[in-house]
Design a protein around this ligand. Structure first.
Ligand SMILES: NC(=O)c1ccc[n+]([C@@H]2O[C@H](COP(=O)([O-])OP(=O)(O)OC[C@H]3O[C@@H](n4cnc5c(N)ncnc54)[C@H](O)[C@@H]3O)[C@@H](O)[C@H]2O)c1
Length: 249
């Protein structure tokens, strides 16, 4: 990877997003860590970049609304000078049967999982098209696009994530003439705070279901992102890279 590229990571102050930000910083990118609520976590995340020869800034913005996404991208460009990589990582889980899902939960889940990817990508493309270069990575979930059956555990979430895959492929086609690549990474069960509340025996049962025998780590996902945004993946666009230890292949 070239040095001093600028990477924006939505939801980049903890979990998978923070691991991606750290990996891209190790690859030589200046990084913009987006968050929307917790200032303390953002400040503590920034300390992880002390000592690295890159710039790291945190930008507070709610990317589930268009104005928040525009604010994030404009601030990133004004503070760090360009925008080369966008990782659309925000994607909160909602465990609720469709029958019990309220209008507000439905809208919030679609806005934060799918709307954020559209709003941030559109804002970033205004910059990337000018530069005629750029790379966008969208974080999906499990095998949403291949599943022949519906889901009952978190349907609004998976419906939104399915949209993320179609959005990825659509942008890959439309932006290729501008030199912009768009890919997705679909994580399986990854040990973040999302799973922190589960009992050890539940995690052990999941690990037995996974052909590679363990839950994934945020770093496993970050490695895939690092590859896709690198020069090594220069001819890769519209791809969906599964990082799930062989689950459901
Ligand atoms: N953890 C897993 O096992 C797993 C599995 C499959 C997919 N994923 C996907 O990976 C991504 C990251 O997951 P995670 O477990 O690290 O999540 P997380 O909840 O630990 O972190 C997400 C971050 O995004 C921030 N955020 C949420 N809404 C926001 C908004 N509107 N604007 C700005 N920031 C916002 C949160 O505050 C948080 O800091 C998500 O898209 C998730 O759906 C995770």
């Amino acid at each position: 990877m070239q040095s001093r590229r600028v990477a924006v990571i939505t939801g980049g102050t903890k979990g998978i997003g923070k691991a991606i930000a750290c990996r891209l910083a190790q690859d030589g990118c200046d990084v913009v860590l987006n968050y929307h609520a917790d200032d303390e976590t953002a400040q503590s995340a920034l300390r992880d970049f002390d000592g690295l020869p890159v710039k790291a800034v945190a930008v507070k913005a709610d990317v589930s609304v268009s104005a928040g996404a525009s604010h994030l991208i404009e601030t990133a460009v004004s503070q760090l000078g360009s925008l080369d990589v966008l990782v659309n990582n925000v994607g909160p889980f909602l465990t609720r049967a469709l029958y019990d899902t309220t209008d507000d939960e439905w809208q919030r889940t679609l806005d934060s999982n799918l709307g954020s990817v559209f709003y941030c990508s559109r804002a970033a493309l205004r910059v990337m098209r000018e530069q005629r270069v750029g790379s966008i990575i969208n974080i999906g979930a499990l095998n949403v696009e291949h599943s022949p059956i519906g889901v009952f555990e978190a349907p609004a979430y998976y419906i939104a994530k399915s949209g993320v895959i179609m959005l990825t492929r659509s942008l890959a086609r439309s932006e290729a003439p501008w030199g912009i690549r768009v890919n997705a990474v679909n994580p399986g069960f990854i040990e973040t705070e999302t799973y922190g509340g589960y009992r050890a025996q539940d995690k052990a049962a999941w690990a037995r279901m996974i052909p590679l025998g363990r839950l994934g780590t945020p770093d496993d996902v970050a490695e895939a992102v690092s590859y896709l945004v690198s020069e090594k993946a220069r001819y890769v666009t519209g791809a969906v890279l599964h990082v799930h230890g062989g689950l459901w292949v």
